[in-house]
Design a protein around this ligand. Structure first.
Ligand code: RTP
Ligand code: MG
Length: 141
């Protein structure tokens, strides 16, 4: 299995719950390394650009409103099969469907406020990492 990088965002609800460290522990226990990280309060333009793929979906406005409602923690996770592994740790988009022990099961309140983001494929991971980090801000290890 190849070593990959994926973009992870701890969303405003989870930052407000003060569980950044708890989520980092879950990533690390799964063998994922944090190789870049930054806290940022996204502007409307930044959130719209990040979720541009969803711009015609009915939930787009709510999604952008939520993602700009408070600071987020953005990180690059590196490890074997990192993209799938991170999505497994996060659980299903809708917390009502997320398996016990996943981040969204344990911390998310709703499909809108669902605690974490993770890239869904190698191409989107590369684009999303580029969206937030310059090459020299990522410390591969
Ligand atoms: P994310 O991109 O945030 O990691 O979430 P995801 O891949 O699991 O889900 P995605 O389909 O990419 O949707 C992005 C975010 O939009 C909200 N959403 N709401 N009301 C709805 O039907 C609906 N569908 C999606 C969720 O907050 C989801 O995380
Ligand atoms: Mg997605």
């Amino acid at each position: 299995m190849a070593v990959e990088r994926t973009l992870s965002i701890i969303k405003p609800d989870a930052v407000a719950k003060n569980v950044i460290g708890e989520l980092y522990t879950r990533f690390e226990k799964a063998g994922l390394k944090i190789v870049a990280a930054r806290m940022v309060h996204l502007s409307r333009e930044q959130a719209e650009g990040f979720y541009a793929v969803h711009k015609d979906r009915p939930f787009f406005n709510d999604l952008v409103g939520f993602m700009t409602s408070g600071p987020v923690m953005v990180q690059v996770l590196e490890g074997e099969d990192a993209i799938r592994k991170n999505r497994d740790i996060m659980g299903a988009t809708n917390p009502k469907e997320a398996l016990a022990g996943t981040i969204r099961h344990d911390y998310a309140e709703s499909i809108d406020a669902n605690a974490a983001h993770g890239s869904d494929a190698p191409e989107t991971a590369a684009q999303e990492i580029d969206y937030f980090f310059k090459a020299d801000e990522i410390c591969s290890r």
